[in-house]
Design a protein. Structure first.
Lengths: 324, 327
């Protein structure tokens, strides 16, 4: 079933929320206000947004170091995300996790992981719990082409298929693990080609097209909720920025050509989505402009919230270590 | 009072906790076949959702256990200490760090039970005594039961704890039998041994011996012989390394003035190193002799029966160390 107008607009709004959030992050990183590494999601917005649009609040997601897009796509609060990046106590994790560890358990965001592929078994385990508890919650894990080569990924896919777990393996093939092309590190043409080896469906999707990602995910969700097991979805996408803010050595030693970057920038997921939803007349260009304007206000308010949030106090250093 | 083996005590704790709480489940390799003796019959009682034979994928299923614990399950993971290395990413980067990293949002009630066999010709890949590595990692509770009573009581406490717990089942302790009270004879009707409370195995006045895991048995054997020489040893079994009951150790050293720590881990950065450092800093003026560590040699475990016994602590090495502190 195609998404309705509200969902199409929500998808647009969430893509803008990610885009403008990330642009703001780049600005405050350049000005020195934001320290530490941060991995911009710009260019890949359609993947997280299209996939999360097929989920419910009670479903689980887990992600990776390119970590701001997934929680925002799942409906996470912008102020809490920005405050976390600034190490403030108003952040999702009270400033203890930072950019790479955003988590909000109240809406199923089981956390982003800085170790590549490390959250794949975690999401698999959440799906196992769902099955054991007789719940219909499903679990989705975002990982990249680089992570697809980790043992954790292969082990999880084998277990998930063996035990028919309600988990969706959502591979964001942005084509480079820092500087290493997937063409030099993956033994098959596409990561989704590996799915038959685990006896699960493998789907290759245009990751710049939010509606296509949504539709592929809806099928996988239906299958998972019906107890039929996992699906591997590979979204072909591209990160428009470099691997990480502040990693100047990468910028100074180009591993991809300007032509290639320009070509992909022409396939910006936001105009593609706007074009798709306005061309059918469901949504007007004015609706789209209004969404963008609203999000600019929201992100500015998030930054304001983060700036005003206090730093954690020294006494909090030893808090949150142990659960009662 | 029933007398049982160490593994029977573990099996009893497992069954009781699975009966008490349906979120408790068991996973690991060769569980149904009960290759390590702690899971016989559980599959027949609890079924495939709660007694899970896994593929040989430690990093994968350790992570799955962790992920399930985030959303309300309480897995017990059975493995072998040497296979901890295979799943270290999940244990250290996820289990130990998630709660803190996520600002206290996560609860991680995962219990790992690991057979720690050594001194039996299994060579370097099957002889790891690696609790010291985990002791130095913030966020993990580390438990070394040395007798059936503690094995049952600490195991039940671990399963109910909302933090990742690692239980090291020492090969020397595993061969022990001992009395474990029946539930109906216990106040409250169950055996729960609290974490962070050391056990004074034997009282004495001349030298404190802290035994870690299998080191406790060596200390007991040594103390019997030393008693014949007129040397009175006080033996302390910390039982849990995280949390560590420092106070019982310090109080004992303040009384005896001497300390020997018997630790099957490799001597560099061992538990013996840590306890020695604590005592040196906090009870220095009570010491009448240098502290002695009796730990494993800083060498990989060799296969040959001519060489392997030279690596580990033995009662003889403990006796020699105590005599030296007395000289």
């Amino acid at each position: 079933m195609p998404p309705d107008k509200d969902l199409l607009l929500q998808m647009l709004e969430r893509m803008w929320r990610i885009r403008i959030f990330e642009e703001t992050v780049i600005e405050i990183h350049s000005s020195g206000e934001l320290q530490g590494p941060a991995h911009p999601y710009i260019g890949q917005e359609a993947v997280a947004v299209g996939a999360c649009a097929a989920l419910k609040d009670t479903d689980y997601i887990a992600g990776n170091h390119r970590s701001h897009g997934h929680p925002i796509a799942k409906g996470g609060d912008l102020g809490g995300a920005m405050a976390e990046l600034l190490g403030k106590s108003g952040g999702y994790c009270k400033g203890k996790g930072g950019s790479m560890h955003l988590a909000d358990f109240s809406i199923g965001i089981l956390g982003e992981s800085g170790i590549v592929a490390s959250s794949v078994p975690i999401a698999t385990g959440a799906a196992l719990a769902s099955k054991q508890q007789g719940k219909d919650f499903i679990s989705m894990v975002f990982f990249g082409d680089g992570a697809s080569n980790q043992g954790a990924c292969h082990e999880s896919m084998n277990m998930a298929s063996l035990w028919s777990l309600p988990v969706i393996f959502l591979c964001e093939n942005n084509q480079y693990a820092i500087t290493t092309s997937y063409k030099n590190s993956v033994s098959v043409d596409h990561i989704s080609d590996r799915a038959p080896a685990y006896n699960m469906p493998g789907v290759l999707v245009d990751g710049q097209d939010a509606i296509a990602v949504y539709e592929a995910t809806v099928h996988a969700v239906e299958r998972a909720r019906a107890g039929e097991g996992p699906t591997l979805i590979e979204c072909m996408t591209y990160r428009f920025e470099d691997h990480s803010l502040g990693l100047d050595r990468v910028r100074d030693n180009p591993y991809r050509s300007d032509e290639e970057v320009d070509e992909w920038r022409q396939r910006d997921p936001i105009p593609i989505h706007e074009e798709a939803i306005t061309s059918t007349g469901v949504v007007t260009p004015e609706d789209c402009a209004e969404v963008q304007a609203r999000v600019r206000v929201d992100v500015a308010a998030a930054l304001e919230f983060a700036r005003n949030s206090p730093y954690p106090e020294a006494k909090e250093l030893f808090e949150d270590m142990w659960a009662e | 009072m029933p007398n049982m083996t160490y593994m029977a005590a573990i099996a009893e704790a497992t069954r009781e906790e699975m009966e008490r709480d349906e979120s408790v489940y068991l996973m690991g390799e060769d569980i149904r076949a009960s290759v390590y003796g702690a899971s016989a019959g559980l599959f027949e009682i609890f079924g495939e959702d709660r007694v899970i034979d896994t593929p040989l994928s430690e990093n994968g299923f350790f992570g799955a256990a962790i992920g399930s614990s985030l959303v309300g399950q309480r897995p017990i993971v059975e493995t072998v200490t040497s296979f901890f290395w295979v799943g270290m990413d999940q244990m250290i980067s996820q289990a130990a760090k998630m709660r803190y990293m996520f600002g206290g949002q996560a609860k991680l009630p995962v219990t790992w039970r690991a057979r720690m066999f050594y001194a039996r010709g299994a060579a370097a890949h099957h002889s790891d005594r690696n609790y010291n590595i985990f002791m130095s990692t913030p966020g993990l509770k580390v438990i070394c039961p040395t007798n059936p009573y503690d094995a049952k009581g600490l195991m039940k406490t671990a399963v109910r704890d909302n933090n990742p717990c690692l239980i090291f089942e020492d090969g020397i302790a595993i061969s022990s039998r001992g009395e474990v009270p029946a539930n109906e004879d216990l106040p409250g009707g169950e055996l729960l041994v609290p974490f962070g409370e050391a056990r004074i195995v034997r009282e004495g006045t001349d030298c404190t011996i802290v035994g870690i895991a299998g080191g406790v048995a060596h200390a007991e054997n040594a103390a019997k012989i030393l008693e014949g020489e007129g040397i009175s040893c006080e033996i302390i079994d910390p039982r849990t390394l995280v949390p560590l009951d420092k106070q019982t150790i310090l109080t004992s050293v303040e009384k005896t003035g001497r300390l020997v720590v018997v630790d099957p881990a490799h001597e560099v950065c061992s538990v013996a190193s840590e306890i020695s450092s604590i005592v040196a800093q906090e009870a220095f003026w009570s010491l009448q002799a240098p502290i002695i560590k009796v730990a494993s040699a800083q060498v990989n475990v060799p296969y040959s029966p001519a060489l392997e016994p030279l690596v580990y602590p033995t009662p003889e090495r403990v006796i020699e160390a105590v005599r030296e502190t007395m000289s």
